[in-house]
Design a protein around this ligand. Structure first.
Ligand SMILES: Cc1cc2nc3c(=O)[nH]c(=O)nc-3n(C[C@H](O)[C@H](O)[C@H](O)COP(=O)(O)O)c2cc1C
Length: 352
């Protein structure tokens, strides 16, 4: 690549990193249930940005997370919430685990308004959204406190909306991504499945704010490719899951090391919202033509809770919840700080 082009794309990444108080344009992806403070501390202290997926946490637990992070890092971090969708309808499923009581369907989520108010008072570097947009008054409150809004989107049409509503940057999430799809309407998540290679340059062309690439990036080649396609930074989830700081179940960590790109699948079978998981036997069974449809979010969470608890306890890989992106095989068993530094060092070798 011509030197002047390399200079332009590095300058773009460095400018965004500086704006977000990062030394490297690498963000840890928010991962509900898989983002202990230790992981964020390691990434932020290595120059990236930490992240907490707070959808299932009440303000007290978010406060404890923030305190633990700040005790060991003064680096940047983002707090992440799912934008609530329309109220779900109920549709009980046959059980895969121990008998399920009928109240199990009442999966209760933390109060969204209370979470939002706490996020403002915690004054993180950034608050990120997924599956929709924050309200105009909330965005004004964020801005008045100097908190940046990073908005997850999965199509060009979705990406235009947060720019108009005041987002600081767009997170373009390719369909390769592990965990839940950020699609604004759950109904679109399996029909509008756009890969990052196609999505990223088109989002970059469609908006004038910085774009963070996420989904399937797990080594320096992926980081460099994202920068070449116009990203200002990358956000990485699965690529950090095998680090000791992520503290995920050893069976899940081991499975990721054996998961080829075609061994994952988008499923509603854990929460009712589509997300990319390892194709476990349970996930495959739930996708069979004669399987009952998953209950809507969040009730499916209630139906599978006991099965997941039992599977976690016994280490049963067939029934455990194991989110995974398509680049799981690239995830290294190494410290998160070493991975963060290596990603950037390797990325710098490519666009030259
Ligand atoms: C275990 C797990 C949990 C996730 N939870 C969230 C979440 O709570 N909020 C969110 O915005 N994205 C969530 N994601 C998606 C990530 O933020 C990111 O889009 C994805 O990890 C990027 O793809 P990759 O895994 O291939 O790096 C999750 C991903 C994983 C793997």
């Amino acid at each position: 690549m011509a030197t002047h082009k390399r200079t332009i794309l590095l300058a773009r990444a460095e400018a965004f990193a500086a704006k977000m108080s990062m030394r490297l344009p690498i963000l840890l992806a928010p991962m509900a249930g898989a983002c202990p403070p230790s992981l964020s501390i390691a990434v932020a202290n290595a120059g990236g940005m930490g992240a907490c997926g707070a959808v299932l946490m009440n303000p007290d637990s978010i406060e404890a997370w923030v305190a633990a992070f700040r005790q060991e890092s003064n680096g940047p971090f983002q707090l992440n919430l799912w934008i609530p969708g329309p109220p779900p309808m109920r549709d009980p499923l046959a059980s895969w685990g121990p008998p399920v009581r009928s109240e199990a369907a009442e999966a209760v989520l933390p109060d969204f308004e209370a979470q939002c108010q706490f996020l403002l008072s915690a004054r993180p570097t950034a608050i990120s959204s997924i599956m929709g947009l924050f309200s105009t008054p909330f965005v004004s409150e964020m801005k008045s406190r100097g908190i940046s809004w990073l908005a997850t989107t999965t199509t060009v049409a979705e990406a235009r909306a947060p720019e108009a509503a005041g987002a600081e940057a767009i997170i373009a999430q390719g369909m390769e991504a592990g965990g839940h799809r950020g699609t604004f309407r759950a109904e679109d998540a399996e029909a509008q499945v756009v890969g990052l290679m196609a999505l990223l340059p088109q989002v970059v062309d469609a908006v004038s704010i910085p774009v963070i690439a996420t989904g399937g990036i797990a080594d320096g080649r992926g980081v460099a490719a994202a920068l070449i396609l116009g990203a200002s930074a990358v956000q990485i989830g699965t690529g950090f899951l095998r680090t000791p700081e992520a503290q995920i179940h050893p069976v899940w960590a081991q499975k990721l090391g054996q998961t080829e790109a075609h061994d994952t699948r988008i499923t509603r079978a854990f929460s009712g919202r589509p997300g990319r998981s390892v194709s476990t036997r349970y996930v495959e069974a739930a996708a069979a033509p004669d399987a009952p449809p998953a209950a809507p979010y969040p009730h499916q969470r209630g139906f599978v809770r006991l099965m997941l608890q039992q599977a976690t306890h016994t280490g049963d890989a067939d029934r455990m919840q194991m989110w995974s992106g398509q680049s799981a095989r690239l995830a290294q068993v190494q410290s998160a700080a070493a991975i963060t530094r290596q990603l950037w060092q390797d990325a710098l070798k490519f666009p030259s």
